[in-house]
Design a binder for this molecule. Structure first.
Ligand SMILES: [Zn+2]
Ligand SMILES: [Zn+2]
Length: 421
């Protein structure tokens, strides 16, 4: 069941991308310094310069350049030296057919790799793909290459990896090996085809997720075997030094969403005693730092964040903070929690996610996504999402537009700008 619905969502992404197609302009010509006849020394000098530009905007992050990374980039026609630490896959400029996928494409001409892109550190997501020049809406930036896999066989392999690692078939949390597969069509025998860039690929595999994506993967070159290639296309104009992003849409996969909700219920249940104790913090006699400490002692990140927010909202000096403000704080309206408690309502046991009280539901939904492995933190990375508006879950519409409790989410979030302006 999980596989079928995952397939459905991947197909849906494919369809929505197809609809955008007619609106796209043709690829514009960009003349940039070519890396083709450049030696390692000057290529890494140029790469260093660009990394320095990025560091001056987004903060310094260490990475090293080596002859091996230079060769990797040459292999896939990439314009800058790949940092040594990012060399986690084999470089291929054309996708590699596996299993029964031989004579698939209408053409095997490689897509021209845009020379104005660079791979650079992007904590906490490891590495990301950045623009070094202005990119225009509709521009083709390169191809998403990887191993062309029979979807059914690929799913079985992922399942086997999970069993080997955890001794169970439980699908969550996701494993790193399954995060690089993109849907490419129904394929021969309708088993489905994915392009998997985990073990082999090119720079497109470094594109991170964002609640406000700047790019999408578009199908082209459909061949006789019913699957296509994928090109990376800019959904809007992109400024120099911005990080490229796509929306991987996991929130719209029904089975993934059910797991997020189940994990939210589990996390809420673990916190319930401390949630019930939060009302003590609203007593006039409560002394801020000691009672916050007591309320949150040994508690989850959510409980700690809630206790702190309540103390601050009551105008007491907040306790000294050892760590930066929790990301979860974004999903809390503290006044709602205060009026909930003051109305005498309590944090009762929840059998389903619908019973998690509304004032803390958005927090626990994000915690659930975290436990499943589809949390989004794009809002903490201004290179990835300059507006900072992040729903905390990959593919989720903003909480203001969708509560997560009333019916399915609108699918429009695939289209950059449709929901988020
Ligand atoms: Zn990410
Ligand atoms: Zn986000």
């Amino acid at each position: 069941v999980r596989e079928r619905s995952r397939r459905r969502i991947l197909e849906e992404i494919e369809r929505s991308d197809g609809a955008e197609r007619t609106a796209m302009k043709e690829e514009s010509d960009v003349t940039l310094q070519s890396s083709q006849c450049e030696d390692f020394q000057s290529a890494s000098e140029r790469t260093r310069q660009a990394l320095k530009e990025l560091a001056s905007r987004w903060g310094e992050e260490k990475c090293s350049l080596s002859e091996a990374g230079y060769k990797w980039s040459r292999e896939v026609g990439f314009g800058y030296v790949l940092p040594t630490e990012a060399m986690t896959c084999r470089p291929i400029s054309l996708s590699l057919p596996r299993e029964d996928m031989s004579a698939s494409y209408s053409s095997r001409t490689p897509v021209k790799q845009h020379q104005g892109l660079i791979v650079a550190p992007s904590p906490p997501c490891g590495f990301g793909l950045f623009a070094t020049c202005k990119l225009s809406k509709g521009e083709v930036l390169g191809e998403y290459t990887g191993e062309i896999r029979n979807y059914r066989i690929w799913c079985d392999e992922i399942k086997a990896r999970k069993v080997a690692a955890r001794g169970s078939e439980a699908s969550s949390p996701f494993v790193i090996e399954e995060l690089y597969a993109a849907w490419a069509g129904s394929g021969p025998a309708m088993a489905g085809v994915v392009i998997d860039a985990f073990a082999a690929g090119n720079a497109a595999r470094f594109i991170n997720c964002s609640c406000r994506p700047s790019c999408t993967f578009r199908n082209f070159g459909m061949g006789s075997e019913n699957h296509s290639r994928l090109e990376v296309v800019a959904l809007r104009d992109i400024e120099p030094w911005e990080q490229l992003s796509v929306d991987y849409g996991w929130y719209h996969d029904p089975d993934t969403l059910i797991e997020v909700q189940a994990q939210a219920v589990a996390a809420y249940a673990e916190d319930i005693l401390q949630l019930q104790a939060l009302k003590d913090l609203l007593q006039p006699s409560a002394e801020a730092s000691s009672s916050t400490a007591r309320a949150a002692a040994g508690g989850s990140e959510a409980v700690e964040m809630l206790a702190e927010a309540l103390v601050e909202a009551r105008g007491r000096p907040p306790p000294i903070r050892a760590a930066p403000v929790s990301f979860l704080r974004r999903f809390l309206d503290v006044e709602q929690v205060i009026s909930y408690i003051q109305c005498g309502k309590s944090f009762a046991a929840a059998e389903s996610y619908r019973q998690i009280p509304d004032p803390v539901w958005p927090v626990y939904e994000v915690v659930g996504a975290q436990r499943v492995g589809i949390a989004c933190r794009c809002g903490m990375d201004p290179s990835l999402n300059s507006g900072g508006r992040c729903a905390g879950i990959i593919g989720r519409p903003m909480q203001a537009a969708h509560s997560g409790k009333d019916g399915p989410a609108p699918v429009t979030s695939y289209h950059a700008g449709s929901l988020f302006g």
